[in-house]
Design a protein around this ligand. Structure first.
Ligand SMILES: *Cc1c(COP(=O)(O)O)cnc(C)c1O
Length: 365
């Protein structure tokens, strides 16, 4: 079976052993080393490691002390974590449709959604390519809004030389399916010292020093054990990204010219780190997206469907007082067309060629 995700963490052994032998398993020096490494890479002054990507988004929002009714504008085409963090923070989520070229928020549609209650823009860097952060940053400055960037899938990517996570509060995930993993974990990157300080308080029960409570926080700490795994993975970020890009190029070369099949694009000025390689199977294709997925599965090739619907379009979110629904026709259509193929660094050329062959066979391309 050619799987959708591969994780090679055997090199973590020595760092994990270092943690075990130190006896300091909870947040400590290994977390600090991880923060330093990720902060340096993102070119920001502060990196704060937390327990998950969801916590990174939640604490970034909580740090701004949003009041009930304050609005956070985000993408409808994302994982539920983005929306859950907004709702948990007490704010209201509102949505701007995506652009079909990069699957991310369409900045052209953004200003029309901004109103007096809007406080934060929360774009998502889907599949490993940043949203149009340059345009989003201009709109944020003009309207005095904060930026929280959901870069969970985009560690290592950049835009006109600026790394993902350097545009406000950058939120990364170290979950098992992300390009750099610690098993579980997250990081917030920012140049804003006050924001970083607040997030440090919030992750540890609001304490400045022991029992010196300054805010109502929680336990969102990362352990040194997880940080050891994350650090050993992070050392390979460049190599992982290059292998993913090589794999994506090979897939795109092999899949070019099939009627009705749209290949993923890298927008000029941006780098893509290919957390997912995502096709669009349009109605002009010779079989449906679901038939293609079934045919691949029969031939031992996993594929993924990220995401089946606009994120707010589930019973648990319908009618929720903290959600402002919007018509998002591009996201709705895209959700019906997308299919992600294996692109992870563990694939061989033979694996990739098999994925190409079976995809072509299914689409009679
Ligand atoms: C993975 C992911 C998250 C959440 O990260 P966790 O570490 O799983 O909490 C948030 N947003 C997006 C887009 C993700 O892919």
């Amino acid at each position: 079976m050619i799987s959708l995700v591969s994780v090679d963490v055997h090199e973590a052994e020595s760092l994990v052993l270092e943690v075990l032998r130190s006896g300091q398993l909870a947040q400590g020096p290994m977390v600090e080393r991880l923060e330093k490494a990720i902060g340096q890479w993102a070119g920001v002054e502060h990196a704060v490691a937390v327990s998950s990507g969801t916590a990174a988004i939640l604490l970034s929002l909580q740090a701004w002390e949003l009041k009930p009714g304050d609005e956070v504008i985000t993408s409808p085409f994302t994982f539920s974590a983005t929306l859950n963090a907004i709702i948990t923070s007490g704010a209201t989520a509102s949505f701007v449709d995506i652009h079909p070229d990069d699957f991310n928020i369409d900045p052209e549609l953004l200003e029309a959604r901004i109103n007096d209650r809007t406080k934060v823009l929360l774009p998502v860097d889907l599949y490993g390519q940043t949203a149009d952060m340059a345009s989003i940053e201009k709109i944020a400055v003009k309207n005095r809004l904060k930026i929280v960037e959901d870069a969970a899938q985009a560690i290592g990517s950049s835009q006109f030389g600026r790394p993902a996570g350097s545009f406000g509060a950058g939120c990364f995930s170290l979950y098992a399916t992300k390009n750099v993993t610690a098993g579980e974990g997250g990081v917030v990157t920012t140049d804003d010292g006050e924001l970083a300080d607040r997030i440090r308080l919030l992750r540890n029960q609001g304490m400045r020093d022991r029992y010196d409570y300054r805010r109502i926080g929680g336990n969102h700490r990362l352990s040194d054990l997880h940080a050891a795994v994350g650090l050993s993975q992070f050392a390979h970020l460049q190599e992982f990204s290059e292998k993913r890009a090589y794999n994506a190029d090979r897939l795109s070369d092999g899949l070019a010219g099939i009627p009705g099949l749209l290949l993923p694009r890298t927008i000029p000025g941006r780098t893509h780190v290919w957390n997912q390689y995502t096709l669009r199977v349009t109605e002009d294709a010779s079989c449906s997206r679901d038939e293609l997925a079934a045919q691949l599965a029969r031939n031992g090739i996993a594929s993924g469907h990220f995401y089946p619907r606009p994120v707010f379009d589930y019973p648990c979110y319908r009618g929720h007082p903290q959600i402002v629904r919007a018509a998002v026709p591009v996201a709705a259509r895209t959700a019906a067309e997308v299919l992600s193929l294996p692109v992870h660094p563990g694939l061989t050329d033979a694996d990739l060629d098999r994925v190409i062959r079976e995809t072509r066979a299914a689409l009679r391309g």
